[in-house]
Design a protein around this ligand. Structure first.
Ligand code: ISE
Length: 334
């Protein structure tokens, strides 16, 4: 079976998903590239060999020649378009976030539960990265002893958008950390605090967060969207008997002029290229078999990340620790 994919949103991530499905995953074909800007849709469709283009997302979802949908449109469209996919009975790979509103995430969860099956695979691709898989394995094997803390650093070369703010470091970038920490540690957050240092210029300063978990653990997260030197994401899990940390992901080291050096990625698309490929391959299997992939994120995970992000933005704005009060996990997602 060749899965006929519609990609909604032909910006940076939509184009990369089109490339992955067109060039790396033989079980997929690009049926439609949809973007509000018809010229953008045409450019990406021509580059990656899509059959058709469109500018109206809702009609694309209903097309009989579309088997599954990838949502890479602006964040605010993710929840309503995901619900349109559920209503149309089509699986959707939704780029993060599911929604920036925890309440809207609950509407999506309710729609899925009422439909009686999962349709949404959420795009927290870090879960497919080997380093986090090995961290989770080390935790759950007991080799670290009781896990006490996790340190996380998430550094971009520069902010991904001109209107980026400190709060967006929490609501746009940090959700990857919130989700992968939950995945590695197998816990839930109960509180968050957030602060920013003062930069010497008018660039968005880093955000430092400290979170508590329901299991008495402490997590810290640095998100620096203007690190300048490279795209650098790393983490260390600390247990009573040992630690495990991410290692440099480089293929070569250059030795010259009395120096040796390795290079950093420019952004997440190359650093997590293999994770995206495996995530998208799992999505094709999900479409073909209807079996939800074991390690990927679902709408409940989208709600959790959205609630922690909203609480973190609140903590930063009000300069105080904010309790994270989650709803009970619905039976449908147990
Ligand atoms: C961006 O939206 C992403 O999803 C990237 O994975 C993350 O590293 C980056 O900081 C975000 O802005």
């Amino acid at each position: 079976m060749t899965v006929r994919i519609a990609i909604i949103g032909a910006g940076q991530m939509g184009a990369d998903h089109a490339r992955i499905f067109a060039e790396e995953l033989p079980g997929a074909s690009l049926q439609v590239i949809c973007d509000n800007e018809g010229a953008t849709a045409r450019r990406i469709a021509d580059e990656f060999g899509a059959v058709d283009i469109a500018t109206d997302a809702e009609s694309v979802i209903l097309r009989p020649d579309v088997d599954a949908v990838v949502l890479a449109s602006p964040d605010f469209t993710h929840a309503p378009l995901s619900m349109a996919c559920i209503a149309a009975g089509k699986n959707v790979l939704c780029e993060k976030p599911l929604s920036q509103s925890p309440e809207e995430c609950q509407l999506v969860m309710r729609a899925e539960a009422e439909a009686g099956q999962k349709y949404i695979q959420l795009g927290f691709m870090r879960r497919y990265d080997r380093s986090y898989i090995e961290m989770k394995e080390a935790n759950f094997s007991g080799s670290l002893g009781r896990v006490l803390m996790m340190h996380n650093f998430h550094r971009n070369v520069e902010t991904p958008a001109l209107d980026f703010t400190g709060a967006m470091a929490i609501t746009n970038s940090a959700p990857h950390e919130f989700d992968v920490i939950r995945y590695v540690m197998g816990t839930e957050f109960t509180s968050i605090s957030a602060w920013q240092p003062k930069r010497s210029d008018d660039l968005v300063a880093p955000v430092i967060m400290v979170l508590e978990t329901k299991d008495g653990q402490i997590v810290n997260i640095e998100v620096n969207n203007n690190a300048a030197y490279g795209y650098d994401v790393k983490a260390e899990l600390v247990g009573e008997k040992g630690t495990i940390s991410t290692n440099e992901v480089t293929h070569t080291r250059i030795n010259s002029a009395l120096q040796n050096s390795t290079s950093y990625d420019v952004d997440w698309r190359t650093r997590y290229a293999e994770a995206y490929r495996q995530q998208n391959r799992d999505f094709l299997t999900f479409v073909e078999t209807g079996v939800f992939p074991e390690i990927c994120s679902d709408s409940w995970d989208g709600y959790c990340a959205s609630l922690v992000a909203e609480s973190g933005a609140n903590a930063l704005k009000n300069n105080r620790k904010i309790a994270i009060n989650m709803i009970a996990k619905p039976e449908f997602y147990q």
